[in-house]
Design a protein around this ligand. Structure first.
Ligand SMILES: Cc1cc2nc3c(=O)[nH]c(=O)nc-3n(C[C@H](O)[C@H](O)[C@H](O)COP(=O)(O)OP(=O)(O)OC[C@H]3O[C@@H](n4cnc5c(N)ncnc54)[C@H](O)[C@@H]3O)c2cc1C
Length: 398
């Protein structure tokens, strides 16, 4: 369909919603974004964006903005929890950029969100708009907001996160699932760790019942860490809580001194319950669809949740462009192209909980041997993920 004159209401101004809005705007659609919070914002933590995401952000004009704020790690280093022995090293940096045509980045989340938001005209962002109802009238969708405002659009996209109201409207209420993992997250000023001589890599330390990830963000000024441990339940009301550094250190008792040094150098840490959802059988009904965590919330153990939401936006935009006026048809095509890949990543992320957290013993030895030889992060084995261009639709079904 010609994009001009086709209106799209995006509900949610997170990374997924804003990247989708930018992609749709770039394609010529009339896009409005509605965010419940009074201002756009992201939590103080890092995020990894692989080439399958950065390629799409470059395409909508963000290459320079991302290069200014992003850190390009030279590789990914997987290590053993206690003695620090290398289990696997795989290239990122120039090798990945030259092979896949886009960089692997580490960002402070606020930097990434600001870079995407700054490319959207301010009059297309409506903060303080919490969606309460969406009604599909057949020829258009009506959105109703808690503040009394109403909006009408040809298409409505729920990019409203794991607690999605749009998802609830389409498919009824259900609860996200506690995955049995908690995470302590923190940002450490890099100069406090200078004596450790840490490389600019993505690091993953694997041990019994937990793993520890760290990488530089904010132009190398901060070291981001995510310290994951298994826990039976999450009884707190909030998903995020201030955490005690002493508790985090206790949970990583016996781990390599480098891991403990990074945790010990932080000023404050937040504790998260990690939740995901079962893959959804369907994402769209009529003129309404879902995107990002609203339809495929996953454990962060493939570092793909946000990247997949960026891919969603690019595919959605291309499907709508080719739709020749048939919005429900475009949404159903979008879903059929996106759901298998997002589901695969939900499943792989869940599987990595077992794989990363193995107790020492025969299973762990087998895993380590596989990592050393097969190398699941080698250029050849990661191509299916990084080479994918979510904006280019397969010819056969176009
Ligand atoms: C520890 C951890 C580490 C991670 N690391 C990575 C990583 O390295 N790489 C990666 O790709 N992913 C990572 N992820 C996953 C990633 O953070 C999420 O997948 C991604 O942020 C989801 O984006 P979203 O836009 O779909 O949802 P959200 O970021 O949740 O945004 C939803 C937005 O919708 C708004 N909203 C909600 N309800 C309404 C309503 N009714 N009306 C209007 N607005 C509404 C919210 O306020 C919010 O702004 C990680 C996650 C965790 C927990």
């Amino acid at each position: 369909m010609a994009a001009a004159g086709v209106s799209v209401a995006v509900i949610g101004g997170g990374i997924g919603g804003l990247a989708a809005a930018l992609s749709l705007l770039h394609a010529g659609f009339d896009v409005q974004v509605y965010e419940q919070a009074g201002a756009l914002g992201e939590i103080g933590a890092g995020i990894q964006i692989s080439p399958n995401g950065s390629r799409l952000l470059h395409r909508v004009g963000l290459a320079e903005a991302l290069a200014r704020k992003g850190v390009r790690p030279v590789g990914v280093h997987q290590r053993r929890w206690d003695d620090g022995r290398t289990l696997q090293r795989a290239p990122l940096g120039d090798v990945v950029e030259q092979t896949f045509g886009a960089p692997y980045y580490h960002f402070h989340r606020a930097d990434l969100l600001a870079a995407i938001a700054s490319a959207l005209p301010a009059d297309r962002l409506h903060v303080g708009h919490r969606l309460v109802e969406a009604i599909d009238h057949g020829d258009r969708v009506e959105a109703r907001f808690e503040n009394g405002a109403r909006a009408s659009a040809d298409v409505l996209v729920g990019a409203d996160g794991i607690h999605s109201r749009v998802r609830q409207i389409l498919f009824g209420a259900d609860k996200p699932r506690f995955t049995g993992c908690i995470a302590y997250r923190g940002l450490v000023p890099a100069e406090r760790l200078a004596h450790l001589g840490l490389e600019v890599t993505s690091n993953n330390w694997m041990g019994p019942g937990g793993h520890f990830v760290h990488y530089y963000v904010a132009g190398g000024r901060l070291m981001n860490f995510v310290a994951v441990r298994e826990e039976e339940s999450w009884t707190r009301e909030s998903w995020i809580d201030r955490g005690e550094i002493a508790d985090a250190l206790r949970l990583f008792e016996g781990w390599h001194p480098q891991v403990r040094a990074i945790i010990g150098a932080v000023d404050e840490t937040f504790k998260w319950g990690l939740f995901d959802r079962e893959p959804l059988a369907c994402w769209s009904v009529g003129r309404i669809t879902l995107l990002g965590d609203s339809c495929h919330a996953m454990l962060p153990f493939m570092a793909q949740g946000a990247v997949q939401s960026i891919e969603d936006g690019a595919t959605l935009s291309s499907c709508l462009l080719q739709a020749r006026g048939d919005v429900p048809g475009a949404l159903s095509r979008y879903e059929s192209l996106r759901r298998p890949r997002a589901t695969r990543l939900q499943e792989m992320s869940r599987h990595n909980k077992t794989r990363f957290h193995m107790p020492d013993g025969p299973g762990q030895q087998e895993r380590d041997a596989q990592m050393a030889t097969a190398g699941d992060r080698s250029i050849a084995s990661i191509g299916w993920l990084y080479a994918h261009d979510a904006g280019a639709l397969p010819e056969a079904v176009a």
